[in-house]
Design a protein around this ligand. Structure first.
Ligand SMILES: Nc1nc2c(c(=O)[nH]1)N[C@H]1C(S)=C(S)[C@@H](COP(=O)(O)OP(=O)(O)OC[C@H]3O[C@@H](n4cnc5c(=O)[nH]c(N)nc54)[C@H](O)[C@@H]3O)O[C@H]1N2
Ligand SMILES: Nc1nc2c(c(=O)[nH]1)N[C@H]1C(S)=C(S)[C@@H](COP(=O)(O)OP(=O)(O)OC[C@H]3O[C@@H](n4cnc5c(=O)[nH]c(N)nc54)[C@H](O)[C@@H]3O)O[C@H]1N2
Ligand SMILES: [Mo]
Length: 810
């Protein structure tokens, strides 16, 4: 979240799109209820289904799955055409005036630099601004230059008319226009709108770009950086935010630093590409500090063994030849290229797309380690359970080891919420029987692997043998020790840069924040964004003071938020260029003549006078927010609508004559998987998968109460489809895709309506994801038996939310 949960109550308009917060985030959703009760906020829900969130909305609009870019692109077009934008904001705080290179082009759905053989854009050099001789971006403040971002944006989305939105999304034009008007009411200073989204946007082959389109709408409305505004990603598992913060993605280090790729063998090249020089005069480009974060991180991992002479151990970091995400891992397993797999708190056969492929892949391993408190479908993947897990057990050679773990409630630790708040918790119960904590198991593995390397050597023993392991009990580090390590400490006395005789932090003491991190090896910090969470003053995550001095929910003494305990990111943008809050009633910060002060920690240089004109988006070297994504995105700088890989039309209505542009031209597809896709001729119905409040994924079916309230697998279909296939409420239906089928009870509902897409009737089918063949509920089929193995072009997240099936009477 750019903002935070409590801040949602500051919103005047709330758009829930691509998520179902009342169902999946019921505790956080209370802040929507507060906004409605206390500010008369309006709640809009756009979802293919009339959900629990929709049931309390002020306005609901249906949409076909996978078409949110068409919808939001339509909103952008409408806002520009009707002049409903926050002019002062976009003019000063975005790239509207920036000039784009001459060779940048967009032709019938494809951007410049495409390689059709590779299904990718290997050459993205044209997706950039024009850079002058002085090293700065060229701009045109009049916005007249046909190559400025504003003009290109206007031109790009001019095709996204209300008629096209209706044709592609199936959203009736008058409903779409009503949503535009409600959103547009927040374009004025003094009114705030927020967007809450989750998997309905991420689980698509074009998901990252859906989120960007939402962010672009928010920028036009001046809704980023202000109280009650923002782009609010509602995260999943209680600590999934912490997982990404700590770099547990295959391409990341901690704090969103990135692993080097194969071409970056030189440490200097690696740093130069990341420590970005400012692209505007007087601009602060915060990533210029990358080296300080990186060196401190390396010192934290390798201690004294990381030296200036060995580039802090740079050669010990893996250099990636490709992303090693989940789908890649399963692909490699399936090709027989993986020997063993450690599955920690992860039920992969239930949660990955195309169960048949995952099942085959697991069967090709030599060994599989499961670290989980429960017996899961993955730990039992080799067992035939009737039709539910139709496997030939005798043919599987994989040796499976089950290591029972504690669960989060049985240990101390911190969880990072969607709000970026790190909150400490204390264990509620002792672990049962022989369960061990994940920390203890991982440490046990490490100590044994290190001993083996020490004894036998090996190709590259250094990264393991030299790893710093400074814990009081090496076999079982405590969560407290780890939390202190992530924060970081001084490895030598740290003195005041203005007065070398003044010692700010003594050697060995905890650091106060990431501003103190150094690139000379004199500080260590395991995760720079967590620096400040456990200072010399103690554990900041354990704080429980909920006082709210300004009354707008900025409880700065409740736990601790990264970065720097800041609660609203980009909060400098909540003020005009002179530093006066756009909305004095919901003031986050303001310029008092000598400093930025207020209810939040400024996201800016604290004493930088607004007269100097530095932009508020200091993590971008240009200092402003981007409509034109000059780097980073894999399918183009402006989001374009592409169809889901399995779609009911077979063409993209925006590019009906260009098959290359039907679906995301840069999506993640493995060649062999293409033949598993369904087509509309055989599989005419659009399916989407989702969760229910009563269950948490695949594990609460082991808990008796949850099993009682949702005991049996069901799917939801609309009344018209039920009539077409001849089933009544409560009957059994078979739902098949090209990859498999499931049989479940049909819930026939008014909450899913047939949509008309380019003249064609399209039915949606809703498939909740919780059931399987272990636990206390009635056995069911894994939902991912049905889903396609295709991923987003940037995040590689699978397209769980839009694919084709056939519904028939069972
Ligand atoms: N009780 C409970 N709570 C949970 C979980 C749980 O299992 N149980 N899981 C947690 C986890 S890990 C996560 S990631 C979050 C997920 O939180 P959500 O993303 O809110 O959960 P989903 O149920 O997957 O909801 C997706 C919603 O998106 C809609 N949708 C599908 N396709 C589209 C589309 O193309 N466009 C639009 N606009 N909407 C679409 C669906 O109809 C559905 O209502 O929930 C968390 N909370
Ligand atoms: N079709 C479809 N597929 C989906 C989704 C979808 O919407 N549709 N959603 C996707 C999403 S967003 C998610 S997050 C995944 C979820 O997929 P998974 O994360 O695989 O699902 P969970 O059932 O939450 O599995 C977590 C496991 O962790 C165990 N566990 C709990 N506490 C601890 C602990 O302290 N230590 C250890 N070692 N284990 C513990 C639990 O017993 C459980 O078995 O599914 C994904 N798959
Ligand atoms: Mo999730």
């Amino acid at each position: 979240m750019t903002n935070h949960w409590v801040d949602i109550r500051n919103a005047d308009v709330i758009l829930v799109m691509g998520g179902n917060a009342a169902e999946a985030h019921p505790c956080g959703f209370k802040w929507v209820t507060e906004a409605k009760a206390h500010r008369k906020a309006r709640l809009i829900v756009v979802d293919p289904r009339f959900t629990r969130t929709a049931s309390v909305a002020d306005y609901y609009a249906p949409i076909r799955t996978g078409t949110d870019i068409a919808f939001l692109g339509g909103v952008i077009n409408w806002l520009l055409a009707n002049d409903k934008i926050q002019h002062e904001y976009v003019k000063n705080y975005t790239d509207f005036a920036f000039i784009v290179r001459e060779d940048f082009a967009f032709n019938d759905g494809i951007y410049s630099g495409y390689d059709a053989q590779k299904h990718a854009y290997p050459d993205k050099s044209s997706w950039d601004y024009e850079i002058g001789e002085d090293g700065f971006v060229k701009t045109d403040a009049t916005l007249q230059n046909p190559r400025c971002v504003y003009q290109l944006l206007k031109q790009h989305y001019s095709r996204y008319t209300p008629e096209m939105v209706e044709k592609v999304c199936g959203t009736p034009k008058e409903k779409f226009l009503k949503v535009c008007e409600m959103l547009a009411s927040t374009a004025v200073p003094g009114r705030a709108g927020t967007i809450m989204y989750a998997l309905g946007w991420t689980h698509h082959s074009i998901g990252s770009q859906m989120i960007r389109t939402g962010a672009m709408v928010q920028l036009l409305l001046g809704n980023i950086g202000i109280a009650g505004g923002g782009m609010n990603a509602l995260r999943g598992h209680s600590n999934i935010q912490g997982l990404t913060d700590l770099g547990l993605m295959s391409n990341l280090l901690t704090g969103y630093m990135t692993l080097p790729n194969e071409a970056e063998q030189s440490y200097d090249d690696y740093i130069k590409k990341r420590a970005l020089q400012p692209l505007r005069p007087n601009q602060l480009s915060y990533w210029q500090r990358y080296n300080a974060f990186f060196v401190s991180f390396m010192k934290s991992w390798w201690g004294d063994a990381a030296t200036k002479e060995n580039n802090w151990g740079y050669d010990w970091l893996p250099k990636l030849d490709k992303p090693y995400d989940l789908m890649q891992t399963i692909e490699l397993m399936n090709q027989g290229k993986v020997n063993g797999y450690i599955c920690q708190g992860f039920n992969v056969i239930a949660s990955a797309p195309n169960k048949a492929k995952t099942l085959a892949a697991l069967g090709k391993l030599k060994w599989l380690v499961i670290m989980d408190p429960l017996a899961t479908e993955t730990s039992e993947f080799w067992r035939k359970v009737g039709d539910y897990n139709d496997v030939d057990s005798g043919s599987i050679q994989t040796e499976v080891f089950r290591l029972p773990t504690t669960c989060f409630a049985e240990e101390n630790g911190s969880l990072v919420s969607s709000s970026r708040v790190l909150q400490w918790h204390w264990k509620g119960a002792e672990p049962p029987a022989e369960a061990k904590s994940d920390l203890e198991i991982m440490s046990g593995l490490f100590l044994r692997i290190r001993a083996a390397y020490q004894k036998d050597g090996g190709k590259l023993p250094d990264p393991i043998v030299k790893l710093d392991w400074p814990y009081s009990n090496p076999a079982s580090p405590t969560p407290e020790e780890l939390a202190m390590e992530y924060n970081g400490r001084a490895l030598a006395d740290q003195t005041d840069p203005k007065d070398a005789t003044k010692v700010l932090v003594k050697k060995g003491e905890q650091l106060a924040g990431f501003a103190q991190l150094k690139d000379d090896g004199s500080t260590a910090s395991g995760c720079w964004i967590f620096c400040g969470a456990w200072t010399q003053a103690g554990n900041q995550m354990g704080r429980r003071d909920n006082s709210d001095p300004t009354g707008i929910g900025q409880t700065l003494n409740w736990a601790w938020a990264w970065p720097a305990n800041r609660r609203v990111l980009y909060n400098r943008a909540s003020c005009d260029t002179a530093g006066k809050p756009f909305d004095p009633m919901r003031k986050l910060i303001g310029w008092n003549g000598s400093a930025w002060t207020g209810a939040d920690v400024p996201d800016y240089k604290i004493d930088e006078s607004p007269d100097l004109g530095m932009g508020p988006f200091i993590m971008n070297p240009e200092g402003v927010a981007r409509f034109f994504a000059r780097d980073g995105m894999n399918e183009g700088p402006f989001p374009e609508h592409y169809e889901p890989f399995e779609n009911p039309l077979g063409y993209n209505p925006f590019h009906p004559n260009n098959p290359q542009a039907t679906s995301n031209p840069a999506a993640r597809v493995f060649p062999d998987d293409r033949k598993t896709f369904s087509t509309a001729q055989s599989f005419p119905h659009v399916a989407t998968t989702y969760r229910l409040t009563e269950h948490f994924h695949f594990w609460t079916k082991h808990a008796r109460l949850n099993a009682i309230i949702q005991p049996q697998q069901f799917v939801e279909i609309g009344e018209e489809l039920a009539k077409e296939v001849g089933v009544v409420d409560g009957a059994r239906v078979k739902v098949s895709s090209n990859r498999g089928y499931l049989i479940a009870v049909a819930v026939v509902t008014k909450r899913i309506k047939v949509l008309t897409i380019d003249g064609k009737k399209v039915h949606h089918v809703g498939v909740p994801l919780h059931w399987g063949f272990t636990g206390l509920t009635k056995p069911g089929y894994l939902t991912n038996t049905l889903t396609p193995p295709v991923g987003d072009g940037n995040s590689q997240t699978p397209e769980f939310k839009s694919f084709l099936v056939k519904v028939e009477k069972a």
